[in-house]
Design a protein around this ligand. Structure first.
Ligand SMILES: *Cc1c(COP(=O)(O)O)cnc(C)c1O
Length: 493
């Protein structure tokens, strides 16, 4: 090609070849590195920035008091690094923003819906795709159909809103994590699995009418963001089929889970993330999704299922309380963002960076001797409050005390996942604590750099150094469901 249409002098030609060669070597190395080493920089560049507030300890002290020591009641303008949740807090890509502009805001039959439907179907394989404004709307609809008094719904670990939506209908939610999941200091590949034996025993001792649904949360959010193996999903599916019970996946973090399967489970090393995700869904009869997680969007969700009867009932409820079938409570432009986001979440380079960023924060904390749940999970690092502040009994919410002090120390917002979130009152009004006492540091997708996370580790390191001074807390106000969102607390003296 060069010879044909060029009359450049020889020197020039060799210069070009030399450069091509260098480039080839560079690119070659570049790909090689990604194969051999882990992705250690962000696979994107930053196009828009938002300044973050920096405040004083005195200021934060007064704000925390005004918020009744509940971090959900703080204003985000008073927070420096916000690790409260990874839900809807991610940064959208330029492709997503351009899709937003292309949204077709028709009430019925919007082309944005059809794009969304096609994407969700191509990943999940399900027949009915029903959009909702977020995950809990999907939960409310599904449990309005399947829940009710006397019904029992087992899972590896139900998420807080899932549990609340089940209990709100009068049904009971059961968690069957494996015994290793409770050991925060023991390394294992799939600590998110459901305990198959406990599930089978449970099914043997209850009638088919009592158990309308079996669920798996992937990754297991309340259990430490830990993945569920393909084998465990397959076995759960086999059991569900043998009992004739529908099996649904709470699939908020399906892409992160698929990445863990690829990197940890035998036989999946060479499969693409999309193939793995498709196989995961192939074992289920349906799924519930909060697209604010692996949909890489700021809002959205859906129910997808192959069961016609459930879908028909869900569509009726959707129209009554959410919106028409082709938007389900979302602006159509949100469906556009979601259709692009669901695909971007399947990108292996993105997932490698994502999982490694979580691991980076985990390692920074471990370096400082801070007790965390290991191995680090898909979307968050969890401090083990029982080991962090063993002098505070679980009834006095050690996790909340740590979370408050982290905010006071450096303006970092985290969330307690322990007895404040999951503690219950038994029939005699005795308080039953949660099996876990954790503080979750959830990492928003594509938002913070590792410098931000290093600062977080420094702040927590300082809190850890003076952990003996942490005080227990008590609740002074609570709502009957999802108390942690609105509760008021105070320090015990
Ligand atoms: C976030 C989440 C939900 C609820 O979704 P929202 O969009 O917050 O309503 C349900 N299940 C799991 C596992 C979640 O992480």
């Amino acid at each position: 090609m060069f010879r044909k249409n060029t009359n450049l002098p020889k020197r020039m030609l060799s210069f070009i070849f030399c450069n091509l060669f260098i480039n080839f070597v560079n690119y070659g190395n570049c790909f090689l590195n990604f194969g051999v080493y882990s992705m250690h920089f962000e696979p994107f560049k930053i196009k828009v920035v938002e300044p973050i507030p920096v405040t004083t300890r005195e200021y934060r002290k007064s704000k925390l008091k005004d918020a009744h020591y509940n971090l959900f009641l703080l204003r985000s303008d008073d927070i420096t690094i916000d690790l409260l949740t990874d839900s809807g807090t991610g940064a959208m890509s330029s492709k997503q923003w351009s899709a937003v502009m292309d949204g077709d805001e028709a009430y019925a039959g919007s082309r944005s819906y059809y794009k969304f439907e096609e994407t969700v179907r191509s990943i999940t394989g399900f027949k009915h795709i029903i959009p909702t404004h977020q995950g809990r709307a999907a939960e409310r609809i599904l449990f309005s159909i399947l829940g009710g008094k006397g019904k029992m719904i087992p899972s590896n670990t139900h998420f807080d809103t899932t549990r609340a939506n089940i209990e709100y209908t009068g049904a009971e939610a059961f968690d069957f994590p494996t015994s290793i999941a409770l050991k925060t200091d023991v390394l294992a590949d799939f600590k998110g699995n459901i305990d198959i034996e406990r599930l089978e025993n449970f099914l043997k001792s209850h009638s088919r009418q009592e158990v309308p649904l079996i669920m798996l949360t992937v990754t297991n959010n309340s259990g430490g963001g830990q993945p569920v193996s393909m084998e465990n999903i397959r076995k759960t599916s086999e059991i569900a089929r043998s009992y004739g019970i529908p099996f649904f996946i709470d699939c908020c973090r399906f892409a992160e889970n698929a990445y863990f399967i690829k990197t940890r489970e035998k036989g999946y090393e060479t499969k693409s993330i999309e193939e793995i995700a498709r196989e995961m869904f192939s074992y289920a009869d349906g799924c519930l999704m909060s697209a604010k997680k692996d949909g890489l969007s700021n809002t959205g969700g859906f129910i997808a299922t192959n069961i016609d009867d459930i879908a028909e009932k869900a569509k009726v409820l959707l129209i009554v309380t959410e919106g028409f079938l082709t938007y389900g409570g979302l602006a159509r432009r949100d469906l556009e963002a979601l259709a692009v986001g669901m695909k971007e979440a399947l990108d292996e380079k993105y997932l490698e960076y994502r999982i490694n960023q979580v691991k980076f924060l985990g390692n920074e904390l471990l370096k400082r001797g801070i007790p965390i749940l290991v191995p680090t999970g898909g979307h968050a690092v969890y401090l083990d409050a029982k080991r962090f502040a063993p002098h505070i009994p679980c009834e006095q919410f050690p996790g909340q005390s740590i979370a408050c002090e982290i905010y006071l120390e450096g303006g970092v917002r985290t969330v307690e996942i322990g007895s404040l979130m999951f503690g219950k009152y038994d029939k005699d009004k005795h308080f039953v604590t949660s099996p876990f006492e954790l503080v979750r540091l959830a990492i928003p997708r594509r938002v913070y750099t590792n410098n931000h996370l290093e600062y977080v580790a420094e702040v927590i390191g300082k809190v850890y150094e003076k952990r003996d001074q942490l005080k227990g807390m008590q609740i002074t106000y609570e709502a009957p469901y999802l108390r942690h969102f609105t509760a008021h607390l105070e320090y015990l003296q």
